[in-house]
Design a protein around this ligand. Structure first.
Ligand code: SPV
Ligand code: MG
Length: 515
C-alpha cells in the first residue's frame, strides 16, 4: 500500500498491510509538485526517514530511474539502507522521468545494458542481504509488445534483480496475463493495477503474481476528504456539521504517539511536572473591620491590586498556572478567572487545615500551599521551588526586625541556625515551630508558604484523609502548624528553607499602606 509521509505510513501499517510503497507520484503530490523528479532525491530521502521512523513494516522505495546513472543508484542504496528502507525499485526510463500515466508512449526507455548495470550496482552496494532490488519494466507503458517486455525481464533477472515490476496502463489485465503466461516464473513478479482495478485480486494470485501494489489510493482518498472538508467549511463557516465526520484531535495525537512521550517524560523527567498552587483564603480578616465587610481579606488591595491577584501573578510569573483558591467568607466577591475555586463552608469554625482538606484532590504532584493574605517576591518562591526535600516551609530570618515584634507569629527553629557563611545549608530539618516558641531561641518566621514535592503531597494528603476521617474535626480550629507538628511527631521529616525578607504578611490595615 502506498504511503507518502509519516502519518500515512503509520495508517497503512495499522490497516494491516505487510509493506509500504513509497510512491514517487504520491510523495511528489503531497509536496505539491509533479512526478517529474521535481522533488530532489534527498527531499524524498528525508520523507522516507519520517516514514521509516513511523513504522515497523518494510518500505519499498519507488526510486524512479535511480536519479541518474549507476553511480547515483549506488549512493541511493547506501543512503536508504541507512534509514532502514527495505528495498529499491528502479524503472527503465530516462532521468528526469514522467509518471507512466502521462504520455507514456513518448517516454524513451533506457538502454538494456545500461539499466542492467544499475541493477548490478544496486546489488553490489547493498549491505543488508535482505535488501531487495526490484527492476521495473516500462515497455508496455511505452507502447512496446510482449517480446520487448520478456526480453527486458530476462535481462534484468539475469543482472540480479530480486523481483520484476511489470507495469501496464490499459484498463484490463490482458497485458499482465499474457506476460505471466509467457514468463518462466524464475523470479517474483510485482504489479500495479491502478488502471485495471476491476480485475479481482484472485486472478493475480492464480497467475502467480507475488505482490500487488495499491500505488496511490490513500493519497486519492485524502484528497477527496480534504476537498470536501475545505469546501464545506468555507461554505458553512462553521465546523458543527463536520465534527462527527472528521478525525477527532485525540486521534491525531494517538497517531503521533503522544502517549509514548508522556510515558517517557515520566521516566526521564522526574521533575517535569510543574507544581500546582493552593491558596488558603477562606477567612474574613476581622482586624480590618469595615474593609472586609463585603469581601474576604484576600481581596484587599495593596497598591491598587487585590492580594489574591498579586499572588496569582507571582505564581504565573514562576510558570505555575494550575492555581486553586479555597474561599469561605464572601466567596462571591472573588471574581478571578483562571483559578479553581473550592469553598470551605464552616470557614469560621474549621481552621486553615480544613481549608486545605477541601482542596485535597489537588494534592497530587508537586504543590505550593500559600496563605491568601501574604505577598512575596518571585525570588522567595523560586528559592523554595529549588529545594529537593518533600515538605519545606519558607522561613524568613529577618523576622525579628521592625514592627513584627509584638505580633503572633509562627516562630521557627531549625536544627541548624541560618548562616550567611559560604556553603552554609539553607534548607535544614525543622526543630520546632509555633506561636509560643521563645523568640530568643527562634531562627525565623514561617511566612505562610509551604512546598510539597510529589511525595510530600502524597504524605500530607494521606495525613489529611486520616485526620478528617472523623468529620467533626472539620469544625475544629486546626492550623497548618498543628497539622505539620503532628506529622513531625509521627516521624515525618519537615524542612525549613531560610531566606531573608522580600515578603509581606498583611495582618492589619497599616500593612496595606505603601511604605
Ligand atoms: C508511483 O506510484 O509513483 C508509480 C506507479 O510509479 S505509477 O504512478 O503507476 O507510475
Ligand atoms: Mg513512481
Amino acid at each position: 500500500m502506498e504511503a507518502h509521509n509519516g502519518l500515512s505510513a503509520r495508517i497503512v501499517e495499522e490497516a494491516g498491510f505487510k509493506g509500504i510503497w513509497a510512491s514517487s507520484l504520491t510523495i511528489s503530490a503531497a509536496l505539491g509538485v509533479r512526478d517529474n523528479n521535481e522533488a530532489s532525491w534527498t527531499q524524498v530521502l528525508e520523507m522516507l526517514e519520517f516514514m521509516s521512523d513511523a513504522t515497523n513494516i518494510p518500505i519499498l522505495l519507488d526510486g524512479d530511474t535511480g536519479y541518474g546513472n549507476f553511480n547515483n543508484v549506488r549512493r541511493v542504496v547506501r543512503k536508504i539502507e541507512q534509514r532502514g528502507i527495505a528495498g529499491l525499485c528502479i524503472e527503465d526510463k530516462l532521468f528526469p522521468k514522467t509518471n507512466s500515466f502521462i504520455g507514456g508512449e513518448q517516454q524513451p526507455l533506457a538502454n538494456i545494458e545500461e539499466f542492467c548495470g544499475k541493477i548490478r550496482a544496486a546489488k553490489d552496494t547493498q549491505a543488508d542481504p535482505d535488501f531487495q532490488v526490484v527492476a521495473r519494466i516500462e515497455a508496455f507503458i511505452a507502447g512496446w509488445g510482449l517480446d520487448e517486455v520478456l526480453k527486458r525481464a530476462q535481462a534484468y533477472r539475469d543482472a540480479g534483480a530480486d523481483a520484476l515490476l511489470v507495469h501496464s496502463k490499459i484498463t484490463t489485465a490482458d497485458q499482465i496475463t499474457s506476460f505471466m503466461n509467457a514468463w518462466d516464473h524464475s523470479c517474483p513478479i510485482v504489479i500495479v493495477p491502478t488502471k485495471y482495478y476491476k480485475t479481482p485480486s484472485e486472478h493475480f494470485s492464480q497467475l502467480g503474481i507475488s505482490l500487488v501494489i495499491w500505488a496511490n489510493h490513500i493519497l486519492r482518498g485524502s484528497i477527496s476528504a480534504m476537498q470536501e472538508v475545505a469546501g464545506q467549511l468555507y461554505e458553512l463557516q462553521s465546523t458543527i456539521r463536520l465534527e462527527g465526520k472528521i478525525a477527532p484531535v485525540d486521534e491525531v495525537f494517538r497517531l503521533q504517539g503522544a502517549d509514548e512521550l508522556k510515558r517517557a517524560e515520566k521516566h526521564y523527567l522526574p521533575f517535569a511536572e510543574t507544581p500546582k498552587a493552593i491558596v488558603l483564603a477562606a477567612s474574613r480578616g476581622r482586624k480590618f473591620g469595615d474593609l472586609t465587610r463585603d469581601k474576604p481579606k484576600t481581596m484587599l488591595e495593596y497598591q491598587g491590586k487585590p492580594l489574591l491577584r498579586r499572588l496569582v501573578d507571582t505564581f504565573n510569573n514562576c510558570e505555575i498556572k494550575d492555581i486553586s483558591v479555597v474561599l469561605g467568607y464572601r466567596a462571591n466577591a472573588v471574581d478571578l478567572d483562571n483559578v479553581h475555586r473550592y469553598i470551605n463552608r464552616p470557614w469560621k469554625k474549621g481552621g486553615i487545615a480544613s481549608s486545605l482538606y477541601r482542596a485535597i484532590d489537588k494534592l497530587s504532584g508537586p504543590a505550593i500551599v500559600a496563605f491568601g493574605d501574604i505577598l512575596f517576591e518571585e525570588t522567595v518562591l523560586n528559592d523554595l521551588l529549588e529545594t529537593t526535600e518533600n515538605i519545606v516551609l519558607a522561613v524568613d530570618t529577618s523576622w525579628a526586625n521592625g514592627r513584627k515584634i509584638d505580633r503572633d507569629i509562627d516562630a521557627v527553629q531549625g536544627t541548624i541556625p541560618p548562616s550567611d557563611r559560604y556553603g552554609a545549608s539553607r534548607c535544614v530539618p525543622l526543630a520546632a515551630i509555633g506561636i509560643h516558641l521563645d523568640h530568643e531561641t527562634a531562627h525565623g518566621e514561617w511566612i505562610g508558604l509551604l512546598k510539597l514535592s510529589t511525595e510530600g503531597s502524597l504524605r500530607v494528603k494521606a495525613y489529611l484523609e486520616s485526620y478528617y476521617s472523623d468529620e467533626n474535626r472539620l469544625e475544629e480550629d486546626t492550623s497548618l502548624v498543628q497539622l505539620l507538628t503532628a506529622m513531625q511527631a509521627a516521624g515525618e521529616e519537615i524542612y525549613v528553607n531560610y531566606s531573608r525578607g522580600h515578603w509581606l504578611d498583611v495582618d492589619s490595615p497599616e500593612d496595606l499602606q505603601n511604605d
